[in-house]
Design a protein around this ligand. Structure first.
Ligand code: ZN
Length: 69
């Protein structure tokens, strides 16, 4: 069987739900993955989001764009 569907190859192999709206990101062309780290902890947190939703909650001066490669 040939899988010709576009696949996500980011650090997290599964798509995460949008951390803003809680909705599925399975078919979202503007899916983004956000990595959170803390200097004192050797661990990391991943958040998925729709770029459009993330932009609605980011502080002024921050903006996420999606470039399809
Ligand atoms: Zn969303």
């Amino acid at each position: 069987m040939i899988d010709d569907q576009p696949s996500w190859t980011g650090a997290v192999t599964e798509r995460l739900r949008c951390c803003v709206c809680g909705g599925s990101t399975d078919d979202s062309p503007d899916y983004v993955l956000v990595e959170l780290t803390a200097p004192s902890a050797d661990t990391r947190q991943w958040l998925g989001a729709h770029a459009g939703h993330l932009n609605e909650v980011l502080a002024e001066g921050f903006h996420v764009e999606v470039h399809l490669m």
